[in-house]
Unconditional design. Structure first.
Lengths: 112, 112
């Protein structure tokens, strides 16, 4: 069964510095990867989806996927205090799109 | 604006009581999901549905039933609520080629 792990559990950065979050998965045949953001006690909003190796940019959010290394990362350019939230990695594949495995999240704190 | 809404947003129930959590989506998605989110476990899938009239078991269905009477509505039912079901519950809808999921704001359930 697919296992998804995120690191670090918690990350503190200063406003304007790059924030980098990591996600590793166990099954390299997956082809659907998403990063979600969850502000405290609120729903999840999708930030970026990536389906093939390489890079995908959505505004200040860039995902990098390397399936051979079982790794997908999220880089946040010029983070702001309003970006302080929990970031969740989600992995699935087209053969069973109902089965989305979520990581436990990285708590990001952006200091002004 | 397409959206997923949940009601109630907060609920306090007594052990042994019946609880119904409701979800409505205006995304016209075929698929709908119920998750619970607990510290240390992340998001876990309880039930999901392919469309009106269908319900399927997710990873942790014990103690929960689901109902999908229409494309727009998906309910989660706790026939005999227990304190272990105290959690935050999220509904999501999904569809399209990439099966992206859109989440509601969550329901905080406390079972005393």
């Amino acid at each position: 069964q697919q296992k998804v792990q995120q690191s670090p559990e918690s990350l503190t950065v200063s406003e304007g510095a790059m924030a980098s979050l990591n996600c590793t998965f166990s099954d390299g045949t997956s082809n659907n990867f998403r990063w979600y953001r969850q502000h405290s006690a609120k729903g999840l909003e999708v930030l970026v989806s990536i389906f093939s190796d390489g890079e995908k940019e959505e505004g200040r959010f860039t995902a990098h996927l390397n399936r051979a290394n079982l790794h997908v990362s999220l880089h946040i350019r010029e983070p702001q205090p309003s970006d302080s939230a929990v970031y969740l990695c989600a992995v699935s594949d087209d053969t069973n799109a109902y089965k989305v495995i979520f990581g436990k999240g990285t708590h990001l704190h952006v200091l002004p | 604006e397409a959206a997923v809404t949940q009601s109630p947003r907060n609920k306090v129930a007594v052990t042994g009581g019946k609880v119904t959590l409701s979800c409505n989506q205006t995304n016209n998605h075929n698929n709908m999901y119920w998750y619970r989110q607990d510290t240390g476990h992340g998001l876990r899938l309880i039930h999901y549905s392919y469309g009106a009239g269908s319900t399927e078991k997710g990873d942790i269905p014990d103690g929960y039933k689901a109902s999908r009477p229409s494309q727009e509505n998906f309910s989660l039912i706790l026939e005999l609520a227990t304190p272990s079901q105290t959690s935050v519950y999220f509904c999501a809808s999904g569809g399209g080629r990439t099966y992206e999921q859109y989440f509601g704001p969550g329901t905080r359930l406390t079972v005393l």
